[in-house]
Design a protein around this ligand. Structure first.
Ligand code: CIR
Length: 296
């Protein structure tokens, strides 16, 4: 369902579908519950960053599209509403005209278990996005920086249980992956590097659907790396269009631009809520990249 005014707060319940967690065919990688965390007892928080007028000059991988700032702002409001339906307190950091890509806030920082990591984005023009995001997180938890010559975007960091999968992409290099592995060890988390091709970030290719299931875009990562999980594939032609954000309620926010993939998720028994993020997708972003969720 589209997230419009009527749709809010009514996640899509599916009816006659196969069970989503068949027994006996799953191998867990490490303990599913991390031993350390922050924020326990607090209301879950979602940080987002307002869309500046300069968003129309956001970085794009291919041919430059015309980006509509008003439409992006409307989609951003809808996105915030989706987060609110899942119980998040949404904190909107101000946009920065000097940084057109600042709404893609997840690239600036990410949360591990007991601390957050301030990134050093692979695109040098995005590095100035980091300090205000790191400062906002520092009010809640310790924040540790990735140092030069490491480069990493939060879009390459995917946590699944006690494993942190890190995309080795055009934005994230081995030095940063090494730094992250050292930090993650302090939280009893393992880091696994995942070579990424044909898309910008690991999370453009792989989404977590629940503790046991991932959604993968064929041709972008080696699916054997995720062999311990149940794997669903994005529908052909939607590899770059389907984007999924797992909310704390278990509901999945999905894009309106990938109907065939959405059908697959419905048939697999997931509860879905749709959000139109087409303007952000036109600038190579997905649903995960518009927020940093602090919710464990
Ligand atoms: C960029 O090229 O950096 C932005 N236009 C898109 C970043 C999207 N980030 C993400 O999916 N995590």
């Amino acid at each position: 369902m589209a997230i419009g005014s009527e749709a809010l707060g009514t996640p899509h319940q599916t009816g006659d579908v196969p069970p989503r967690r068949p027994e006996g065919d799953l191998v867990h990688v490490g303990p599913m519950v991390p031993t350390k965390s922050y924020n326990s007892g607090m209301q879950p928080i979602a940080f987002v960053r307002a869309v500046p007028v300069s968003f129309r000059d956001a970085l794009v991988m291919g041919t430059r599209p015309i980006l509509d700032v008003d439409r992006a702002r409307a989609q951003h409001r809808q996105y915030q509403a989706v987060l609110q339906t899942a119980g998040y307190q949404v904190r909107v950091l101000s946009g920065d005209e000097a940084h057109p890509d600042c709404p893609f806030i997840e690239d600036a920082a990410f949360v591990l278990a007991s601390f957050a990591v301030a990134t050093r984005p692979g695109a040098p023009e995005r590095r100035g996005e980091v300090p205000p995001v790191a400062a906002a997180l520092a009010e809640l938890m310790p924040v540790r920086p990735i140092e030069d010559p490491g480069t990493i975007d939060g879009g390459d960091v995917l946590r699944l249980g006690s494993t942190v999968y890190v995309g080795r992409s055009s934005r994230t290099n081995d030095d940063a992956i090494r730094q992250l592995a050292d930090m993650a060890a302090d939280d009893d988390l393992d880091v696994v590097a995942v070579p990424v091709s044909n898309v910008l970030h690991l999370k453009s290719a792989v989404a977590v659907l629940d503790d046991e299931t991932v959604l993968i875009a064929p041709g972008c990562v080696d699916r054997d790396i995720f062999a311990g999980y149940r794997i669903l594939e994005k529908a052909p032609g939607e590899e770059h269009l389907a984007s999924v954000l797992r909310l704390r309620t278990g509901v999945l926010a999905v894009t309106t631009t990938a109907p065939e993939t959405t059908k697959r998720l419905e048939q697999a028994g997931f509860d879905l809520i749709e959000a139109d993020s087409s303007e952000f997708q036109a600038a190579d972003g997905g649903l995960t990249c518009l927020s940093i969720l602090v919710d464990t």
